[in-house]
Write a protein that binds this ligand. Structure first.
Ligand SMILES: Cc1cc2nc3c(=O)[nH]c(=O)nc-3n(C[C@H](O)[C@H](O)[C@H](O)COP(=O)(O)OP(=O)(O)OC[C@H]3O[C@@H](n4cnc5c(N)ncnc54)[C@H](O)[C@@H]3O)c2cc1C
Length: 416
């Protein structure tokens, strides 16, 4: 079958790879000059294989109140005269109950573990190098109460691999000696030993190269203008370089996908949730962490790649505005400098922003739509790097008419 994948972020690239392996003739349409150059470019780098959780949780409304009006808030809403933003916000808040959080988390972990296996497999088969580190991730807590609350929830995880080790500060420092600089901030940590880190952009490019060698046709520098619908099918995609026909179309257009889908009558509640990252050179610095760190208080994560320290975080509801707001990105820089003052060179920092394609329950949309040959693999929000390979494998099965190896309850396209 001739399959068009729209978007070569980490999600679309993985989908294209698995569709090719399933025997299809695959083309990818991407407006950038290479894979992984938008939201997949400089994210936090955590492959949260066993700690994937939806952001929608009872702590979020509390944090919105606690930080109301502050520019350094982990979650910041800039209200706009835009119905989509308000509706999305209300739906998101409805998912912030304990029950909804627990249910979505169960689905997410099922997919993240599947995705971790897929990532491990593709890494070996294709010999991919993306500055990966499989040393686990420490989730750090600044109060005993927040540590106890998190531990109580996390220890209920069904799969033992998903249950973290509760560690005191001394053990956290023995696992990650760079934390000695800031041990006084923390009461303890949850250690997810099977989680990993890696550069999602490097991965996307390496996987795209592997896919291209296998025959996937990447059409870079090509912008999707519209999906062309006839009856209950999408017959072609109109681009700035002409019309492309296809038997099936998979949409992985990130935060903007919803705008194209709406025009062919497929409504999906994906809204952009803006985040920031900073990347610091580490040559000559001796306080750089080597494993993944997640500071649960300020909601900032760090990953270390060859010669670089990346820190990422914050969530801002501000529409499709991609400008870098100095005060917001500096919050992330201040957070990493507070924890790792000797971790990298802040005077040579690279600042970045990206729009997370987020659904109100924070779980992706994977599967068929009401149009017969139109499929979605999108809406991965804060976990697209973690979930890309598993989602790609699942959508390739669905497009091929096979039952996916993983149960996809909780990711249905029409669940909202
Ligand atoms: C600050 C930050 C930190 C994060 N940290 C993590 C983390 O630690 N772990 C994790 O798992 N996830 C993380 N994420 C989330 C993750 O980065 C995203 O979920 C993921 O990148 C989404 O991938 P995607 O392929 O769906 O979207 P994108 O990477 O945005 O890809 C969509 C592609 O579609 C293309 N496109 C869009 N419109 C058109 C058009 N009209 N024509 C042609 N091409 C088009 C774009 O150019 C783009 O390449 C983070 C995100 C942010 C912002």
């Amino acid at each position: 079958m001739k399959v068009l994948v729209l978007g070569a972020g980490v999600v679309g690239t993985a989908a294209a790879y698995y569709l090719n392996r399933a025997g299809h003739e695959v083309s990818v349409v991407e407006r950038q000059s290479a894979a992984g150059r938008e939201t997949s470019f400089a994210n936090g780098g955590h492959v949260s294989a066993f700690s994937a959780r939806p952001w929608a949780s009872p702590t979020v409304p509390r944090m919105l109140v606690q930080y109301f009006g502050r520019e350094d808030a982990p979650y910041l809403v800039r209200l706009r005269p835009e119905l989509r933003q308000w509706l999305w916000g209300v739906r998101f808040l409805r998912n912030c109950t304990n029950a909804r959080h627990a249910e979505t988390a169960r689905h997410m972990v099922r997919l993240s573990m599947y995705s971790h296996d897929a990532l491990t497999d593709v890494r070996e088969v294709e010999q991919l190098d993306y500055d990966q580190a499989a040393k686990g991730v420490l989730h750090l807590y600044r109060t005993q109460k927040s540590l106890d609350d998190a531990a109580r929830t996390e220890l209920q995880t069904e799969d033992p691999r998903g249950r973290p080790e509760i560690v005191d500060t001394a053990r956290a420092v023995s696992l990650e000696p760079a934390l000695d600089q800031s041990r006084h901030f923390y009461q303890g940590a949850l250690y997810f030993r099977h989680d990993e880190t890696g550069d999602a952009h490097k991965f996307s490019m390496a996987l795209a190269t592997a896919a291209a060698k296998r025959g996937v046709d990447f059409r870079y520098g090509t912008t999707v203008r519209a999906l062309l619908r006839e009856g209950d099918r999408v017959v072609a995609v109109e681009t700035d370089k002409g019309r492309l026909d296809a038997d099936a179309v998979v949409v992985s257009l990130g935060a903007e996908g919803a705008l194209h889908l709406r025009r062919v009558g497929v409504e999906v509640p994906i809204y952009p949730v803006k985040g920031y990252s900073v990347t610091l050179p580490t040559d000559g610095y001796n306080g750089t962490p080597t494993m993944g760190i997640h500071d649960e208080e300020v909601r900032v994560v760090t990953s270390t790649y060859k010669g670089r320290l990346r820190a990422a975080g914050t969530a801002e509801l501000v529409g499709y505005d991609r400008t870098i707001t100095q005060s917001r990105v500096d919050t992330v820089l201040a957070a990493v400098m507070q924890v790792f003052p000797n971790g990298g060179d802040a005077s040579r920092v690279e600042r970045w922003t990206g729009l997370r394609p987020m659904t109100p329950d924070c779980a992706p949309l994977i599967g068929p739509t009401r149009l017969k040959n139109l499929y979605l693999d999108t809406g991965h929000g804060s976990l697209g790097w973690t979930l890309a390979c598993g989602s790609g494998r699942a959508i390739a099965d669905i497009v091929s008419g096979r039952k996916p190896e993983i149960e996809l309850t909780g990711f249905e396209v029409d669940r909202f």
